[in-house]
Design a protein around this ligand. Structure first.
Ligand SMILES: Cc1cc2nc3c(=O)[nH]c(=O)nc-3n(C[C@H](O)[C@H](O)[C@H](O)COP(=O)(O)OP(=O)(O)OC[C@H]3O[C@@H](n4cnc5c(N)ncnc54)[C@H](O)[C@@H]3O)c2cc1C
Length: 356
């Protein structure tokens, strides 16, 4: 790769040993893991040692490792380079803009990774199915699913290097939790025909139970004389000075629904209780996250000084720093549309500009 024989940009998140040597030249050590490949084989995969060196160099490299002086190489390491469709030529349904009814998913769209390929394959498959049935396509929004973030990034920003989906690429991380995945996506799956009637009915029943428990907790009022004050005292709270609903009490830090159970005039399912509790506890953080996303949108036209020194900004991801330095965007809005730059990088940049 460094002789220029391979011109493609390598995968950023799984760099070869020669790339690591160049990019992290200040590091003094590098860990290598020897991974047995299977119970039935006697081969070992050398994790952390991928490279594109000629075989005779690889022989020397391997034999220089303590313990591997006599190792026999069965398969030499190799660099990969592959052709991809420019994802800017795709619709958000993953159908190509040029050829009707042709959908692409996975590595061919410039991504790398198992989950990336699987997520796109699912959506491309669903959309092709919907097309055949003459139904409305399914496009997930950025605040609904990581798949939505990934496909939106690909089709609006494109990618110049193998794309991986990282949580930092989502501006609404607090909404994209695993505990609420069913709430976010079951309706879509049901409409698209990928979820059975039985599973859907179970989901509807769960939603109803959550709503019912929330309503009940909102109705129960604890008074100044309530026994719940014993529990509050153990958490260091003053006794209630006025009536308060169980739901409001749950909003307080450290108050747990399970601990409130014995003070409530009704019983509830533990699983449903957990959902209600998470919703209540997250409310404050979610509205804060929505406010800060709104604030970032307002930064769209803020100018970036021409002499800005990106290496001076702490906590900026290496990838964003590289891109900012190469492109030197004029405004925060332009910076946010650079492929590989994430909402979290824009927050860091905005904070830095504000302080300046
Ligand atoms: C060495 C290595 C290590 C990796 N490690 C990881 C890892 O640890 N974690 C991770 O998440 N990702 C890893 N990846 C990346 C991941 O494997 C790929 O990004 C992912 O498998 C791509 O899936 P895909 O379905 O898009 O493509 P592929 O899995 O490549 O599937 C494409 C399929 O199409 C078939 N095909 C090609 N041409 C034709 C044709 N003309 N007609 C019919 N069939 C055809 C191919 O045979 C192949 O089966 C690694 C990749 C490599 C090379």
């Amino acid at each position: 790769m460094y002789s220029g024989a391979v011109t493609g940009v390598g995968p950023r998140y799984c760099p070869s040993i020669e790339t690591k040597l160049v990019r992290f030249e200040d590091k003094e050590r590098h860990q290598i893991f020897l991974e047995p490949e299977s119970l039935s084989l006697d081969t070992t995969y050398i994790q952390g040692f991928s490279n594109s060196m000629p075989p005779h160099v690889q022989e020397e490299m391997i034999h220089s490792l303590p313990g591997l002086e006599n190792a026999v190489i069965k398969i030499y390491a190799y660099a990969i380079e592959y052709d991809a469709v420019n994802p800017l030529q795709l619709k958000p349904t993953l159908e190509t803009k040029v050829i009707r009814n042709l959908y692409t998913a996975g590595q061919i769209n410039g991504t790398s990774g198992y989950e990336e390929a699987a997520g796109q394959g699912l959506l491309a498959g669903i959309n092709l199915g919907l097309r055949i049935q003459n139904k409305e396509p399914l496009v997930l929004r950025r605040d609904e699913a990581y798949i939505g973030v990934m496909i939106d990034d690909l089709v609006t920003k494109g990618t110049e290097e193998p794309y991986r989906l990282l949580t930092s690429r989502a501006e609404y991380r607090l909404l994209l939790r695993h505990d609420n995945a069913d709430m976010r996506l079951t309706d879509y799956g049901y409409k698209a025909g990928t979820i059975t009637e039985e599973r859907y009915q179970r989901y509807v029943a769960k939603c109803n139970e959550i709503q019912a428990l929330s309503d009940k907790l909102d109705e129960v009022r604890f008074t100044m004389k309530s026994d719940v004050n014993e529990y509050l005292a153990t958490l260091g709270y003053e006794p209630l000075s006025a009536g308060l609903s169980a739901l409001d009490l749950l909003r307080r830090p450290h108050v747990e629904l399970e601990a409130l159970r014995k003070y409530l005039p009704f019983d509830f399912d533990e699983r449903i209780g957990r959902c209600v509790e998470i919703n209540v506890k997250y409310e404050g953080y979610i509205s804060k996250a929505l406010r800060s996303a709104e604030k970032l949108n307002k930064m769209e036209f803020v100018k970036i000084p021409e002499d800005i020194n990106y290496s001076e900004i702490p906590n900026l991801a290496l990838e964003a720093r590289d891109k900012f330095e190469a492109i030197r965007p004029f405004t925060v809005g332009q910076a946010s549309r650079i492929s590989g730059v994430n909402p979290s990088d824009i927050s860091v940049l905005a904070m830095y500009l504000e302080r300046k």
